[in-house]
Design a protein around this ligand. Sequence first.
Ligand code: FAQ
Length: 325
Amino acid sequence: MYAQMIQSEASQDDPQKLAEFQARIDADIKIEPRDWMPEGYRKTLIRQIGQHAHSEIVGQLPEGNWITRAPTLERKMILLAKVQDEAGHGLYLYCAAETLGVSRDDLTEQLLSGKMKYSSIFNYPTLTWADIGAVGWLVDGAAIMNQVPLQRTSYGPYSRAMIRICKEESFHQRQGFDIMMKMAQGTEAQRRMAQDALNRFWYPSLMMFGPSDAESVHSTQNMAWKIKMNTNDELRQKFVDQTVPQAEFLGLTVPDENLAWNEEKGGYDFSEPDWSEFFDVLKGNGPCNTERLEARNKAWDDGAWVREGLLAHAEKKRARKTAAE
Ligand code: FAQ
């Protein structure tokens, strides 16, 4: 509880402290766990890092679904390694959140009870092997677009976790693109599966960047605090500009009739996702929300004996140490 230990409530309104804090942010000096920080900064970081960690953990489920059905031993090994990487990312991020005075158990409890969010994208199903290509290419592609700037985020532990995570995510994106290449250059049926995966994952991937800037609740304050480095729409535009030529290279069609290069802005014009669908998924009504939470709750319940065993072992060790003293 570092942050809570050193911050009195009265100091929260101290204009000098607030000004000094903002000056550090403006000078690109990282904020570390023991530094003074406004309560709002701490809370929004716990929210964002916690949601990010949960996304990595829940994000294992759509791909985990295909580990036993990967088409070759090599593909199975690659997918297994990728899913394990996502678990690792979740753990770094829970550790980063813990430095802000929240416990991992608290965060887990809030995920399992549906109080805390995770990325909307993981509420969509992976129906075919091509979907695993689309997840790596588009979902990891969108994740990287968002996370590369976060390497410069103002909170030290989050920024350092991002540096490590981004290295692994770029490998994930390439393996997804490689699957898409094989499918797009394969038989007619494989090419159709690749196109179908792109059709279904395109708009949910655009939604990953969050609502439009006009609807975003946290962007203005979080950009001033350099928790967020870009707006949701800026990153969405960059993602479209990067991904459309990749789809063309694959010989696939982005499912958007309004997609057109705009010379003046130096980027593509494109259709907005269906935002009512996005907010519906956030409310718990996506195709897989119930299934995802049930799977995480089951994993938690099935692991009770491990936690009990570890606690009993720790208690035994503590008792032995006390007896020896
Ligand atoms: N899904 O005011 P804003 C990955 C919520 S990692 C669900 O714009 P903010 C790796 C938002 O929380 C993917 N909820 O919010 C992987 C807020 O609600 P609240 C995760 C969303 O925070 C790949 C409300 O809407 N990445 O994929 C979403 O400023 C493959 C208003 O929105 C991160 O978490 C959404 N898509 O901006 C794993 C990156 N968008 O909390 C496995 C870090 C918005 O007030 C396989 N996070 N909301 O109730 C961020 O950069 C930001 O939090 C944003 C949202 C950009 C996601």
